[in-house]
Ligand binder design. Structure first.
Ligand code: NZQ
Ligand code: ZN
Length: 388
């Protein structure tokens, strides 16, 4: 294992059917005023809202409503959430929804007791919180981001078309998350597929780095195989509990810092996808799928042994009679076939990106150096052009 690292994940997980009941044990230890954070209304249609509110009332909590968190939550919404929290003196933030609600709750949590503008402080200046943090809990309804067990919070500023993630410290991780796979049954197929690819790509971002023998890579391969296997079942039958529960569990472990231990990690697909998202407001997982294949084909020669291993271990390609290049290429071809099976976006054009946007998207792409190739601005433009 490379380097010296700390692994500490304080989020408590409640998993499985009826895991919502654990709210009764968990919530009494927090204050009496709860800001109930949710999105555009899916939780009212599938009954999750009623079940959560019933428990909050039973526990005698004062509920402060904070609805309307949009996919890719914005700076304006963040400022509104901070205002709601301050005006009502909330003690606890309960996010009920997907990654957008969880991320937003975390961004509110570090901003309520802070005088400065949160976008400028945390997203432009990348400062750490120096004020009390309001505790957060999550009831997850969409599997994908891993936000339920990490300290990331991605916010979009529509004015500047910038979508930026800040990974905070342990203090910002949710105190607990409730993961009931049946809550994800009502997701539209498009969102389910986007979430599945988000999970898969989180694993790729950590797997495609380093040349040493690392336990993290073996864990990553196992997670990828499980995601691919379960996704094929779920896309045929979204109500298959076994498949959906495996996908939900894999999502959490894909991005809770475990498989990043001892790794430099890449994250360039996310940097490209986020820049595309800032310009198009497209669904996160689809922005990743749209840029992935041109990106991986570009960096493949620089990390050939890892791409060959990916082909053999994750996609079951027989290496016999193949050069490393042929094996690696066969792995990426198998990945492409799987992406087509899921109906993922394979171009940024279908997400609303145009030729005129490419320079701006390239400028908005953050350059990272943990992967197999450090991309120049021209490389980024080439990936974007090939993705169009
Ligand atoms: O708003 P509602 O009505 O709830 O509808 C949502 C939304 O339209 C819907 N949905 C969620 N659960 C549902 C459901 N519809 C029916 N039934 C259900 N059970 O799905 C849509 C998408 O929800 P959203 O929360 O936006 O999706 P996701 O979980 O993919 O979160 C995306 C956000 O997370 C960020 C992304 O950039 C994006 O802003 N990410 C956060 C990360 C982190 N914290 O570590 C890492 C990720 O890479 C990602 O960047
Ligand atoms: Zn992601």
């Amino acid at each position: 294992m490379l380097g010296t690292f700390t692994f500490h994940n304080p989020t408590k997980l409640f998993f499985g059917e009826n895991s919502l009941d654990f709210l009764r044990e968990e919530l009494p230890q927090y204050g009496s005023t709860v800001q109930l954070i949710y999105g555009g209304g899916s939780i009212k249609k599938n009954g999750v809202y009623d079940r959560v509110v019933a428990i909050l009332k039973e526990l005698g909590k004062t509920v402060v409503e904070d609805p309307g968190v949009m996919p890719n939550p914005t700076t304006d919404k963040l400022r509104e959430g901070v205002r709601i929290a301050r005006e009502n003196g909330v003690d606890f933030l309960l996010a009920v929804g997907g990654g957008s609600c969880c991320d937003y709750a975390k961004a509110v949590s570090v901003s309520v007791h802070c005088d400065e503008d949160p976008w400028e402080k945390y997203y432009l200046r990348f400062e750490e919180p120096d004020c009390p943090i309001v505790p957060v809990g999550c009831v997850l309804t969409m599997a994908g981001t891993g936000s339920e067990m990490n300290a990331g919070a991605v916010i979009t500023d529509p004015g500047t078309k910038l979508k930026i993630g800040h990974v905070f410290g342990d203090g910002v991780m949710p105190r607990f998350s409730v993961l009931d796979p049946t809550f994800t049954f009502s997701l539209p197929k498009y969102q389910m597929a986007a979430g599945i690819y988000d999970i898969f790509n989180h694993i790729c971002e950590q797997y495609f780095s380093g040349e040493d023998d690392s336990t993290s890579d073996y864990l990553a391969e196992a997670l990828m195989k499980s995601v691919v296997h379960s996704s094929r079942i779920a896309i045929q039958n979204p109500q298959d509990y076994e498949a959906r529960s495996n996908i939900m569990w894999a999502a959490t472990w894909a991005l809770n810092t475990l498989i990043a231990c001892g790794k430099s990690t890449d994250w360039m697909v996310h940097m490209l996808g986020q820049a595309v998202g800032g310009f198009t407001d497209a669904t996160h997982g689809m922005t990743l799928s749209a840029v992935s294949l041109p990106y991986y084909r570009m960096i493949c020669p620089h990390g050939l042994p890892r791409f060959a291993r990916f082909a053999k271990e994750v996609w079951g390609i027989d290496p016999a009679g193949k050069s490393q290049e042929e094996l690696a290429a066969a792995g990426l071809a198998a990945m492409e076939d799987w992406m087509k099976e899921l109906g993922l976006a394979l171009t940024i054009g279908e997400l609303g990106a145009t030729e005129e946007m490419l320079e701006g998207i390239a400028d908005a792409t953050i350059h990272l150096d943990g992967g197999y190739k450090v991309l120049s601005r021209e490389d980024i433009l080439q990936v974007l052009r090939e993705s169009l």
